[in-house]
Design a protein. Structure first.
Length: 382
């Protein structure tokens, strides 16, 4: 895959990380209570300042699904405006700035509010003034951050797509994303794909968000999704690398016909990468996987198999230098739906990876050393 090359602008969609110690926070997804708790355990005050001068970095997906995205974003906007934290775009912020109302965004898009209540209510709804502020801040975020010893991106650090993003000025994410979407749509119309899509629609005219109606394998639908995915560098960086799925599966609020790939198994660069996005599950590294409760396997996120053979505190990938810091706090809505409202009993967590220490800190206060680049499992910390 090649993209048009040009000299990168002075302030591009690939930004620079500051020197010094960082706390890299996984996908928050509107879980304000979890974020407040995590910040306390990390040693930050209510204004996002750390007595040792550490800096917070958010890997994207601050919004959607949780009970109070406005509180999360109000806090973030204030701290970000003071340059006391950094953040990159996740796919949910991309949806926001593109005005693409998807599952879990009823706090922002009126067209989704009633539809989302069945799964996510109660949730706070942003005012018109808040919405304008969030759009302005998110539209100006970079898509990746880097320095000599570290790279941060929401879903996939793919070098051709990173180089394409370098040529795009800060604030142009929506413009370029929309351009690539339009190119994919044009390509679909130019061939036989559009006709095959119409035949599939006639065969199965139902809503792909209806979990009760399992569709057949809609190959043309999947082909269209792959075309949009892999020809859009910003989509690759924020949602990852995908391939055709052998069977349809329900995830993220709709039936899907393509599935995520562990791109990190082909990542050859020596520089470590921290990502979010992939709904990793936390299991105590000192507890054998065979002893995990059966309910864990039954309710694991659809991407859980990407880490099936990876200890949940381990770096992963070809060189053991990629780390997913998303521990699925965005799935807490499913526990609340079942009447389980005590966050201290949740299986889903919000985590931060401390750098350069490479230590995990969770919103319940637990800390754990990560397995560093293929070394042995480190003990839990109290």
């Amino acid at each position: 895959m090649t993209f048009a090359a040009a000299l990168p602008p002075a302030k591009s969609l690939v930004g620079t990380l500051p020197a010094g110690a960082l706390d890299i926070v996984g996908d928050v997804h509107g879980e304000w209570q979890a974020l407040q708790a995590l910040l306390r355990h990390l040693g930050y005050d209510a204004q996002g300042r750390h007595p040792e001068g550490r800096i917070l970095v958010f890997v994207g997906d601050l919004c959607d699904r949780g009970p109070d995205t406005p509180a999360v974003l109000d806090w973030f906007c204030e701290v970000y405006a003071r340059s006391d934290c950094l953040a990159i775009l996740g796919n949910h912020e991309i949806n926001l700035i593109r005005e693409d109302a998807k599952d879990g965004a009823g706090w922002f898009f009126d067209s989704r509010t009633e539809r989302d209540r069945a799964k996510y209510a109660p949730f706070a709804i942003a005012s018109p003034a808040q919405r304008q502020r969030y759009l302005a801040v998110c539209a100006a975020l970079p898509v990746a951050l880097e320095r000599a010893d570290l790279r941060i991106v929401h879903a996939a650090w793919m070098q051709p797509q990173i180089e394409a993003a370098r040529t795009m000025p800060r604030g142009s994410a929506r413009q370029h994303y929309d351009r690539f979407e339009q190119q994919a749509e044009h390509a679909a119309r130019a061939g036989s794909l559009q006709q095959r899509l119409q035949r599939e629609k006639a065969l199965w005219p139902h809503d792909v968000e209806d979990s009760q109606l399992r569709p057949p394998l809609l190959r043309a639908h999947g082909e269209r999704e792959l075309l949009k995915q892999m020809t859009n560098p910003l989509k690759v960086l924020t949602t990852g690398v995908e391939a055709a799925a052998p069977v349809p599966f329900y995830a993220g609020g709709k039936w899907r016909f393509v599935e995520r790939q562990p791109w990190w198994d082909r990542y050859e660069a020596p520089t470590p990468v921290v990502i979010g996005h992939y709904w990793r599950m936390w299991r105590d590294p000192q507890r054998p996987a065979a002893l995990a409760p059966a309910t864990e396997a039954a309710s694991a996120p659809p991407d859980g198999d990407l880490f099936a053979c990876v200890p949940s505190n381990a770096w992963h990938g070809l060189r053991h230098n990629v780390f997913c810091v998303d521990y699925s706090v965005g799935a807490r809505w499913s526990e609340r739906l079942q009447g389980r409202t005590d966050p201290s009993q949740s299986r889903f967590r919000l985590a931060a990876l401390r750098w350069p220490e490479r230590t995990l800190v969770f919103d319940d206060g637990q800390q754990c050393e990560t397995i560093h680049f293929g070394r042995g499992v480190a003990p839990l910390l109290s």
